[in-house]
Design a protein around this ligand. Structure first.
Ligand SMILES: Nc1ncnc2c1ncn2[C@@H]1O[C@H](COP(=O)(O)OP(=O)(O)OP(=O)(O)O)[C@@H](O)[C@H]1O
Ligand SMILES: [Mg+2]
Length: 249
């Protein structure tokens, strides 16, 4: 953000910029407008980066604290369950229920933590993280990727969340029998390159961003990195989410 202000200030000392006469009031208006747009874009990106850092902290705290406690609670209950002899049926049942509940809580916590920030993204990159999320999906997913190189962290995260949310929605709402996900780097006219993410389910369609927070959240994430999101979901299906994210090739 500071560099933007610096650039803006430096250029305003000149009398012309890109052929524009800086002494004319409308020129300053145009430049001020550009500056504000750049500042807004930068502060949006800062906000998303701060939110991502906070998510990582919560993930670490949960992983190192609550999750470890639950693991030992479930193990202790398992040991107690296996060694109960001579207890009344009601007491044995209570221990068995407590053991099952502890395992369930652990599994839910693991899913939650995984959704906060997939560690595999840091370690192995988008391709491996997508293979994991599609393999866990209860609906069969045909995943195609063409990702010759690692992309900026933020772009990988946004792409991962797009695919995760689209798959979750296909399972939760679409009654789909198959999903196709295609994630690839493509060249662009500007030469900067784009990451294209297309997820299509063969379900009943009718997705409405105003009926939940998932699709709206995705649109905000995509906009925060100056990407575009198109949702096509006529009643009767299919549903297609197409996202394009800027990235250097
Ligand atoms: N693939 C889909 N097929 C059919 N309907 C969908 C699909 N995706 C979303 N919808 C509909 O659009 C609505 C909004 O989806 P959205 O993902 O924003 O919210 P949600 O899934 O209901 O809740 P969450 O905030 O947990 O994501 C859903 O409630 C559902 O009715
Ligand atoms: Mg959703």
């Amino acid at each position: 953000m500071l560099s933007t202000i610096g650039l803006h200030g430096r250029y305003l000392n000149r009398t012309t910029l890109f052929g524009l006469d800086l002494h004319r009031p409308w020129t300053l208006l145009v430049l001020t407008g550009c500056g504000v747009a750049l500042l807004l874009a930068a502060s949006r990106a800062d906000l998303v980066a701060a939110a991502d850092a906070e998510r990582r902290r919560i993930e670490r705290d949960l992983h190192d604290g609550t999750q470890q406690r639950l693991v030992s609670l479930a193990m202790n209950l398992g040991i107690t369950r296996a060694s109960t002899t001579g207890l009344p049926d009601s007491a044995r049942e209570a221990i068995e229920n407590a053991h099952d509940e502890a395992k369930q809580a652990l599994s839910e916590l693991r899913d939650f933590v995984r959704g906060l920030h997939p560690a595999v993204l840091d370690d192995l990159g988008l391709d491996a993280a997508l293979s994991g999320v599609t393999a866990r999906c209860p609906v069969p997913v045909r995943l195609r990727t063409d990702l010759p190189q690692r992309l900026p962290d933020q772009i990988e995260q946004v792409a991962y969340f797009v695919v995760s949310e689209a798959l979750t929605n296909a399972v939760k709402h679409a009654e789909a029998s198959t999903v196709e996900a295609d994630v690839r780097q493509v060249p662009s006219f500007s030469g900067r390159g784009r990451l294209r993410v297309v997820v299509r389910d063969d379900g009943r369609g009718g997705a409405r961003p105003d009926r939940g927070s998932g699709l709206r959240g995705l649109a905000q994430r995509v906009a925060s990195v100056d990407g575009t999101l198109h949702l096509d979901s006529p009643l009767g299906g299919p549903t297609t989410i197409r996202v394009e994210l800027p990235c250097e090739l």
